[in-house]
Design a protein around this ligand. Sequence first.
Ligand code: MBD
Ligand code: FE
Length: 313
Amino acid sequence: MSVKVFDTKEVQDILKAASNFDGKGANGTARIQQILHRLLGDLFKTIDDLDITPDEVWAGVNYLNKLGQDGEAALLAAGVGLEKYLDIRMDAADKAIGLDGGTPRTIEGPLYVAGAPVRDGVSKIDIDVDEEAGPLVIHGTVTDLDDKPVAGAVVECWHANSKGFYSHFDPTGAQTEFNLRGAVKTDADGKYEFRTLMPVGYGCPPQGATQQLLNALDRHGNRPAHVHFFVAADNLRKLTTQFNIEGDPLIWDDFAYATREELIPPVVEKTGGAALGLKQDTYKDIEFNFTLTSLVKGKDNQLVCRQRASATA
Ligand code: MBD
Ligand code: FE
């Protein structure tokens, strides 16, 4: 049964009525009407074109219920490349105005928690014992596009433990609030440092809606080991990025498509950890410098407003 009804007056009228798309809505309303009219229309057209059955439609509707119940809509957004797509668009917008040279952006992901205590220069962010994870020092300089160090920039960092779990979202409940999360204000030379433990890669909750779809697509739901950053300073654009831990076999097979060539710094084995208060004398060291870009017409046009978890330290 392959019928085509999309272009009938009856269907087009329903699309207009359902989105209340009359061009008369005020401000925000008009925008929502416009977006819903298009999205719903694309869905209806897809159902016609691919002859999607009622059973398939209801499977999809019920999937959305499970997605919400699991609280995984933002995780799915990463997994289907939607979050990466927004980066691709911001990259293209920068290119179109000749803005380049900064540290590349990459996706925020769904696991940030606002409210980490801000320390000066250095922060030790491994609060909980993690036998499996070796010490890791992450440090570098924040500069602007003129290579000038930025003093007083705030570098926020968050990452997983040796099980691939993030504090605040740990299904085992094992971690203290803000374990492996921190914020540092750069010193006069623009330097920051985090003393922490080596993360391992993340895997989607095996029983969750996201993994359910990935399974149906014959895809995995894993990320290589990585560390997230926000870097913010007065009169510069706030950077959202991550680096990957060099050598992770999934670096070029990230289910969220966040890997970039410039975001795989070398991991250097060092000694002298005891003097730094680390749990072992040998430790891993990653130098990662951030270059922030200038405001565009006086505005931070890459600032993203989205719902985020928050806590008090
Ligand atoms: C993560 O740790 C992450 O960074 C993303 C993008 C998705 C899921 C878990
Ligand atoms: Fe992550």
